[in-house]
Design a protein around this ligand. Structure first.
Ligand SMILES: [Mn+2]
Length: 479
């Protein structure tokens, strides 16, 4: 087993060579490098890594983040007549489109989503799934981009923290105690070697480093702590009761400031509270996990904690301001950071409003095998997937069924977001495959991972699509 694992990882790393050679050739000829990354937190981190990489090569470059690959976007890129285009965290499912429209360009695809098979002399396709590596759990788009940057030049090892951020953004912390797995471990080791990362197992509050402890407790929503999540006033009372000093020497304390003994009593108070509130053992277990501290970042900033960094990039992307996230990945810690933090607050408020909307009336329809949420124009298509994830994780949906949500996108199309849990995947569910198959029938496009996937198709086919998804999910559960 061990032998075969090493082989697949080595095969994947070797597969980077033609891409390295291709980029090097264009850099030597001083071509402008066109970078196109996915508009989500992992994609922004990937775009940041690649932007730094080509900046270091001394070439001109242009980076944009895109919601999705579609014909219109690919044709627009082709019109720029780029010598070379690098797609990151997207593209593996759209090689046919690149082959058709980007005939004049060299293309590198660095992705970890479900690939299709297309051969073209101008396309180098890098994807861990082609080597039997789990793209949903073992490496992110930023991770693939980082390993590419490192293959270009070992000195790029300092970009490894962004690889970690991408993995955490894509919720790949599925190992023991919310740790990273597979190729992500390799990146973690690089980051530690470069003295840029420290990990420890602790209470997994949101804002371990940066927030007054009551606020960190209130901001923690995974796991959802009934009565405390979202309620800072109650958290203050709860912490006082548990005997935790909120302030010391006039300064608010963060979780990292607590002594081991204080942490232990806090943990046991939290456990008691959650059990009393009817949470199951798993949720209590989820209170403890691996903290990824980025040592190169200033203390008391959100970039110091890997998950918080990911949240910041996520909010920028979802609120339509990916360039703000890119600036942060490129090292801007002044104006861009201020703006990004403001954007994160707005984003939080928006999600709250959407969740209220969903719960106001019974907006969720239970079908045979799935839950359906038809958000029409009431939820932003960039955020509908997040709302689906929260609905799935907070126990609002009573039965063990995946949720398929859609919102209106542009030009009569809808954006579908499908979310499931790990146990459902273990029962045979693969939403990436369901989305790909079902969208194809309605001349749409779909794909993704087993527990998180998406599709894009004409709104008029919505009904037929949902029914087909319902049927396909049932078939997977039965097989
Ligand atoms: Mn990704």
């Amino acid at each position: 087993m061990r032998g075969s694992l090493i082989t697949s990882e080595e095969a994947f790393l070797t597969s980077l060579d033609p891409a390295v050679e291709m980029l090097r050739r264009h850099a030597e000829e001083e071509h402008t490098i066109r970078l196109i990354s996915h508009n989500d937190a992992d994609g922004v981190a990937a775009g940041g890594i690649l932007s730094q990489l080509v900046r270091r090569l001394g070439t001109n470059f242009k980076t944009t983040c895109e919601k999705r690959v579609d014909e219109k976007m690919v044709i627009a890129v082709a019109a720029e007549k780029p010598s070379i285009v690098i797609f990151s965290d997207m593209g593996s499912g759209y090689l046919d489109m690149f082959k058709e429209h980007l005939t004049e360009s060299d293309i590198i695809v660095l992705d970890h989503h479900l690939p299709i098979k297309v051969d073209a002399p101008n396309i180098v396709h890098i994807n861990p799934l082609l080597h039997g590596i789990d793209g949903a759990r073992e490496i992110s788009g930023a991770g693939v981009s980082y390993l590419f940057a490192k293959a270009m030049d070992k000195n790029n090892i300092d970009l490894s923290p962004l690889g970690i951020v991408g993995a955490l953004a894509d919720q790949q912390d599925k190992g023991e105690k919310k740790s990273l797995l597979g190729l992500n471990k390799l990146i973690e080791a690089d980051a530690k070697k470069a003295d840029l990362l420290e990990t420890n197992v602790d209470l997994i509050f949101y804002g371990y480093e940066t927030r007054p402890i009551a606020r960190a407790c209130a901001y923690t929503t995974t796991p959802f702590i009934p009565g405390l999540s979202g309620r800072e006033d109650r958290c203050i009372a709860f912490l006082k009761e548990a005997g935790i000093d909120l302030k010391r020497e006039g300064r608010w304390r963060a979780l990292r400031d607590l002594s081991e003994e204080e942490k232990r009593s806090l943990f046991s108070a939290l456990t008691k509270h959650m059990v009393y509130e009817g949470c199951d053992a798993d949720a209590v277990h989820d209170l403890v996990g691996t903290i990824y501290t980025l040592k190169g970042e200033e203390a008391w900033t959100p970039m110091r904690d890997g998950r918080e960094y990911a949240s910041l990039l996520n909010a920028c992307a979802r609120m339509g301001r990916p360039s703000l996230g890119l600036c942060i990945c490129l090292g801007d810690r002044n104006e861009a950071l201020k703006e990004a933090e403001k954007t994160l607050n707005e984003y939080r408020r928006k999600i709250g409003e959407y969740l209220d909307w969903v719960r106001e009336e019974s907006r969720i329809e239970e079908m045979e095998e799935i839950y359906a949420l038809r958000a029409h124009s009431d939820i932003d298509e960039r955020i509908v997937g997040v709302v689906a994830s929260i609905l799935l994780s907070t126990g609002i949906l009573k039965k063990k069924k995946p949720i398929i949500a859609w919102a209106r996108a542009e030009e009569g199309l809808i954006k579908v977001s499908a979310r499931a849990t790990e146990p459902m995947a273990k029962m045979g569910l693969d939403l990436g495959e369901v989305m790909m198959k079902a969208a194809e029938v309605f001349e749409g496009r779909g794909g993704g991972h087993n527990i998180a996937a998406g599709a894009f198709l004409p709104e008029e086919d919505e009904k037929g699509f949902m029914e087909l998804v319902d049927r396909l999910v049932g078939e997977q559960f039965r097989d």
